[in-house]
Design a protein around this ligand. Structure first.
Ligand code: UGA
Length: 436
């Protein structure tokens, strides 16, 4: 099948490369000339495990091409995926300027049947607006369908999530659109939820908001655990075995970050507000998440007495492992707050340091975890990269000025570190009964 994907950001590029790998003919469209030139030269605009190989294979086997021309994209693809950005406005609402502009360009270039599919996360009723633009701009007698096919890709696991999804959501308004999309996804052999466009749009916002709510819920439970001396990891385990609840997204920590959850919770809250609904659960989700970052700063301060002139090693900067993405990363807020209190920061991240340098002036960026902890009064584990799982803590203890570990992801066994002589502070891991 011929497919065009407009927007070569995280969602667009993973989608395009994966469809090409399934055997479809894919044309990637982006108005950013530099990005397209880099992609043609085989360079990826961001880090995503396995993506580079997939793109190279698609290009070599002539199933994946790149262009800056939307008109060429419309000529090529019977199905046109919209994967352009929907950033947040200052009030949290999604900014749909890019979507509107692209849809106008697409509609004007349509000469025969085309299926326009929203894949970016958009507010409910965006599909109606797209259809309205198409009705006004597409030539008379030419049929055009609009569909919603939200993505559920996690950064760092994008390929795996695309190729082995829990479900595919197809919001369609015609038999033709439904059949085209079902045929496109057939090789994945995944359960499909076929519904109307508005319900599909809502499934995406509701899913991300629900996952964010789970995280804020367990982070609130973690606070109770700290006060009474219980272990939030055990609580999550016990809750998660109940199939109605599930264990996923019950990891307490420094809170969620990234491009999606913060933006989508805010946008969903705004959508509700516009409809006259006060979605308090979502407001609380966002508030708990913001407080969680400051709570970590407070715990470091309590442990060190004063932050002024204390050296703090931060391991991990990206909002989660296996990505170089720093958008809304908890590390940024936390490091800025620590620096405001006079702390000196030494940081290391396996992938995100190049971007971090611009965002975090005054931070010393180190070549390894061991270099970062040299002379530090505290080690903060911010992102649970694999390479931080098996650190040599005996060596680290010798390098640090004070043996203090603040584990923002509950990655380590408190007992193991305590036996090595560290003071260990996790999230929601209260002191055991006999040590209180
Ligand atoms: C999220 C969703 O999981 C995807 O399904 C969705 O497609 C994507 O947003 C999107 O809308 O594009 P992503 O933001 O890449 O994916 O990352 P997640 O793995 O969901 O993690 C988000 C944040 O929550 C991270 O900062 C992570 O560390 C944090 N998190 C996750 C927790 O603090 N606790 C958990 O138990 C799980």
């Amino acid at each position: 099948m011929n497919i065009s994907v407009i927007g070569s950001g995280h969602v667009g590029l993973v989608t395009g490369a994966c469809f090409a790998d399934l055997g479809h003919q894919v044309l990637m469209v982006d108005h950013d000339r530099k990005k397209i030139a880099a992609l043609k030269a085989g360079k990826m605009p961001f880090y995503e495990p396995g993506l580079e190989e997939l793109v190279h294979r698609g290009v070599e086997e002539d199933r994946l091409r790149f262009t800056t021309s939307t008109a060429e994209g419309v000529r090529h693809g019977t199905i046109i995926f919209l994967c352009v950005g929907t950033p947040a406005r200052p009030n949290g609402e999604a900014d749909l300027t890019a979507v509107e502009e692209v849809v106008r360009d697409v509609a004007q270039a349509v000469r025969e049947y085309r299926l326009i599919v929203e894949k970016s996360t958009v507010p409910v009723q965006t599909g109606e607006w797209i259809a309205r633009i198409c009705r006004g701009s597409v030539r008379r007698g030419v049929a055009c369908d609009v569909a919603s096919n939200p993505e559920f890709l996690r950064e760092g696991q994008g390929l795996q999530d695309f190729l082995h999804p829990d479900r595919i959501v197809l919001g369609v308004e015609s038999k033709r659109a439904k059949e085209l999309l079902l045929a496109l996804y057939k090789p994945l052999n995944a359960p499909a939820v076929v519904t109307d466009v508005k319900s599909a749009e809502l499934i995406k916002h509701a899913s991300n908001s629900f996952l964010a709510m789970k995280i804020s819920f367990i982070n609130s439970v973690a606070q109770i655990c700290e006060r009474v001396g219980a272990d939030v990891m055990q609580v999550a385990e016990g809750m998660g075995l109940d199939r109605r609840i599930g264990r996923a997204f019950l990891d307490a920590g420094v809170g969620y970050g990234g491009y999606c959850f913060g933006k989508d919770v805010a946008a969903f809250t705004q959508i509700a507000e516009k409809l006259g609904i006060d979605f308090q659960l979502l407001k609380a989700t966002a508030r708990v998440n913001a407080e969680q970052r400051q709570r970590l700063v407070k715990r470091v301060e309590e442990a060190l007495w004063n932050l002024n002139r204390k050296t703090i090693a931060v391991l991990g900067l990206s909002f989660k492992p296996d990505t170089d993405d720093l958008r809304d990363a908890p590390s940024i807020d936390i490091i800025r707050s620590l620096r405001q209190e006079g702390a000196v920061i030494r940081a290391f991240d396996p992938q995100a340091m190049a971007q971090a340098k611009a965002l975090l002036p005054g931070v010393t960026f180190c070549k390894s975890a061991y270099e970062a902890v040299r002379g530090a009064d505290c080690l903060i584990l911010m992102t649970e990269w694999n390479e931080f799982k098996e650190l040599e803590f005996a060596r680290i203890k010798k390098l640090m000025r004070q043996p203090l570990v603040v584990d923002g992801r509950n990655l380590y066994q408190p007992k193991t570190l305590q036996q090595l002589g560290f003071r260990y502070i996790g999230v929601g891991r209260g002191e055991p009964w006999d040590q209180r």
